[in-house]
Write a protein that binds this ligand. Structure first.
Ligand code: ZN
Length: 283
């Protein structure tokens, strides 16, 4: 099953189930609300019979627009660890984003005036489907509602101002998520999916999720040892090699370029980079 959050008129959104070329609207304002409706959400989503809208051209919001938590894992692909010259970590490197940083799968990325180093990071996204605390890794797979694509767009100059990444990782409206939440049964828990990130026609990143140092279940187990994960929480599991900042010389995003982030079985994000709109005169 594939679930998305669709933007309707006048700022409203609805959760929807993708049925081939149509999306059946569900009686929840977004996928997060469906997941938060409690055990049985899968059956309710599968069995719902709502208004259909065409899938092509649907205006998709981030899969879960308002997660309670967005947690990201740094340096979690063996090739990316080699690229940045690091040693494989003993523990996952965890940082956070806020929901205001999220954009839809086809939304523009506005390059902020305050950064000259906007970089790409295609990542497997994990959406939590049940409340878990202190869950063992072998049980944590069951807490996963599904998988999606995240591009953890990073302002490298801001990221490395201090030892803390946060300010370079959570710029307003910069992180595309989607297009759909794909349930684990459809993608074999995304254990061996090829993921790529292209800037225009140039493939910049290509790896496979089997290169992850810490699996989705191990990450969930680790996080749940210090905080409760709840339905709708989003985890970005880390990016493979090929980021712009590690190239010699570094390469960053420019207005007019298009970032295409793909994961086998999950679809793609297509985001155009645009210059910021100048502030109106007199302000
Ligand atoms: Zn990342």
């Amino acid at each position: 099953m594939r679930l998305g959050t669709i933007r309707l008129d006048e700022g409203a959104t609805a959760a929807g189930r993708l049925d081939e070329d149509r999306i059946t609207l569900l009686p929840y304002e977004d996928v997060g609300a469906l997941l938060a409706s409690g055990p049985g959400w899968r059956e309710r989503a599968e069995g719902a019979d709502g208004r259909p809208v065409p899938a092509s051209g649907a205006d998709l919001a981030p899969v879960t627009p308002h997660p309670e938590k967005i947690l990201c894992v740094g340096v979690n692909y063996r090739d990316h660890i080699a690229e940045v010259g690091a040693e494989p970590p003993e523990h996952p490197t965890i940082f956070a984003k806020y929901a205001r940083s999220l954009i839809g799968p086809y939304d523009d990325i506005t390059l902020p005036t305050g950064s000259d180093a906007v970089d790409w990071e295609v990542e497997l996204g994990v959406v939590i489907g049940e409340t878990v605390r202190d869950v063992r890794a072998d049980r944590a797979w069951d807490a996963i509602a599904g998988y999606t694509i995240v591009n953890d767009i990073s302002m490298r100059d801001w990221q490395f101002r201090t030892s803390q990444f946060l300010q370079g990782k959570t710029f307003e409206a910069s992180t595309p998520v989607g297009p759909y939440l794909v349930t684990p049964d459809e993608v074999g828990h995304a254990r061996a999916c090829v993921l790529t990130c292209a800037v225009d026609d140039d493939v910049m990143q290509k790896s496979v999720t089997s290169e992850l140092v810490f699996s989705a279940a191990e990450i969930i187990s680790y996080i749940s040892s210090f905080i409760t994960l709840v339905p709708g929480d989003l985890i970005a599991t880390g990016t493979p090699g090929g980021v712009g900042g590690a190239r010699k010389p570094p390469v960053y995003l420019a207005p007019g370029q298009t970032v295409t982030s793909r994961i086998d079985g999950l679809g793609e994000l297509v985001n155009r980079c645009v210059a910021p709109t100048p502030a109106p005169a007199g302000r």
